[in-house]
Ligand binder design. Structure first.
Ligand code: KG4
Ligand code: ZN
Length: 339
């Protein structure tokens, strides 16, 4: 009998549900909340309300697509944190009620661990290879930037992280300065494709160890553009692609220089990336090149599993189910990472 898990993700502005049978994904449904784009960022109050509207239809769709009825479920796995509390509460409350109603175990999942475990999702068409333990994962999202040693499906140790902005924030905030729509990461990625990455150079931070910093980059771009705009009011418009390519290249260099340092210090050459920013085509291409230059074994997630999704919650739920690592109905969501 396969273990069938319903995964539910509601940590930020995507309401998502997925069904997995052992480690094989059966469905993966996401309702993204368009409402935030006009505000230039996620509005927590609106996000919670949209989750309330979306959660039941999204779960219905995930079960239907998977051709699974609720009585076949082995457990419900949900994102406990980190994220926006109001958003997390919607998924947590629904999951508790659903699991209790069905009389099946409830499993709580850490969103950041789930981004990493997305590498273990298989689907019927593409079995694929998975990273071997221990491996290093660069987790880069809108809220986090971490280098993690992954020792097994549950033992993970953060060896480097941002001391201020996350890599995704660096993309989003600089995009905002340039007047690009939210979220800025995909916009910069798109425009960078036709730009010259060596046209402009921006100072990179000098931070000890394996930690990152992105707030200085944002400020230096802000001042650079302010000065250029004084000379030419159309500066951004005329140089958009080159600006995007140069900014993207700088962020990628900051990320990969620390990842290289981590690989050297730990002697680990099994390297993965995860999180929304791992969708970035420049980062993916540079990592492919490093694979050959440094003899790394590189794991780049399928695009569907880079930004927030519930498939990653379901696969994490599956590994926790195998260990009978079940949650309590009195657990509360957490806003900051717990591992
Ligand atoms: O993992 P995620 O969906 O949500 C969080 O857990 O934060 O990551 C969202 C972040 C945003 O900052 C978004 O701009 C960034 O991922 N992102 C990208 C790309 N696609 C999404 N950044 C750069 N290039 C992309 N193609
Ligand atoms: Zn995420």
């Amino acid at each position: 009998m396969p273990v069938i898990i319903l995964g539910i993700e509601s940590s930020c502005d995507d309401t998502a549900a997925a069904v997995i049978s052992d480690d094989i994904l059966l469905s993966n449904v996401i309702a993204s909340q368009e409402i935030h784009a006009s505000f230039g960022g996620v509005v927590p109050e609106l996000a919670s309300r949209a989750h309330q509207q979306n959660i039941i239809p999204v779960i219905h769709a995930a079960l239907q697509k998977a051709n699974i009825v609720k009585n076949q479920l082995s457990a419900v796995a949900y994102t406990r944190g980190p994220g926006l509390l109001g958003s997390l509460l919607v998924g947590a409350s629904f999951s508790k009620a659903f699991a209790m109603g069905l009389g099946i175990p409830l499993i709580e999942v850490d969103h950041l661990q789930a981004h990493i475990l997305a590498h273990f999702i298989r689907n019927s068409e593409k079995p694929g290879t998975v990273p071997a333990f221990p491996f290093l994962c660069l987790t880069v999202s809108g809220g986090h930037t971490q280098i993690v040693i992954v020792r097994d499906h549950s033992k993970m140790h953060i060896i480097g992280q941002t001391i201020d902005d996350a890599a995704g924030e660096a993309f989003d905030k600089t995009a905002k300065i340039m007047g690009l729509p939210y979220p800025g990461g995909p916009e910069i990625d798109k425009l960078a494709a036709t730009g010259d990455p060596s046209r402009f150079s921006f100072a990179k931070p000098i931070i000890p160890g394996l930690d990152f910093s992105f707030s200085g980059l944002k400020t230096s771009i802000l001042y650079f553009l302010r000065d250029e705009l004084k000379k030419n009011g159309n500066f951004i418009e005329m140089n958009k692609a080159d600006l995007c390519a140069s900014i993207q290249k700088t962020i990628i260099e900051i990320l990969l220089s620390k990842l290289q340092k981590a690989a050297l210090e730990t002697g680990i050459r099994e390297i993965a990336i995860a999180g929304g920013v791992s969708a970035n085509s420049g980062l993916r291409a540079r990592l492919e090149a490093l694979k050959h230059e440094l003899g790394w074994k590189v794991f780049i997630p399928a695009l569907d599993y880079t930004t927030d999704n519930a498939a990653m919650i379901a696969i994490t739920g599956y590994y926790k189910y195998l260990k009978k690592d079940f949650a309590s109905l009195t657990d509360t969501p957490y806003a900051r990472s717990n591992f």
